[in-house]
Ligand binder design. Sequence first.
Ligand SMILES: O=C(O)CCC(=O)C(=O)O
Ligand SMILES: [Fe+2]
Length: 191
Amino acid sequence: MMSPGNSSITSTITSLGPDPPFASLADLALSAGLPDLIYSGYQPHAHSWDNFPPLKDILDAVHKMLPGSTFNSLLLNRYKGGNDYVGWHSDDEKLYGSTPEIASVSFGCERDFILKKKSGKSSQERRSDDKPPLKRSRKSSQDDQHSFMLKHGSLLVMRGNTQRDWLHSVPKRAKAETTRINLTFRLVLQE
Ligand SMILES: O=C(O)CCC(=O)C(=O)O
Ligand SMILES: [Fe+2]
């Protein structure tokens, strides 16, 4: 496991604006409830924050970057190379509540992160013009997909209705030869 220091996290967040994906990308950049989580078909082992001081330091840095946000849990993904990927999904498990906020910090090899609007949520179908619903085009528009290059030390934030309305993935990339570590900080709501 890499143990990156806080120094690799800088502090400019570029907001994408008020409309979904409600994601912001910064050029910078373990818990209760986890036993309930099934992730990519397996149940991750829950560790205590106390056993991973470097990860706790990164959590503290993320809290400083996003004042007002609270995270108490972390999923760590390691992509050993371009063949490792995460397929289309949304992180809409009940334990994160109805509008999960997820802060995603990346280290190592840069990879594409793609957001795709869920079917039935396309920007054309959502538009409140006066055409009857059946006459609206079902074609997806450019607004229905967004791609971000997640660089070493970047922070991507998903919030609002992103998980309800969008899927995301990190596709295979033949040219990605080195390891990437992704940390997603989340808030698991206590019952
Ligand atoms: O690796 C990433 O950037 C995304 C990982 C992800 O979507 C997840 O852990 O739920
Ligand atoms: Fe995800």
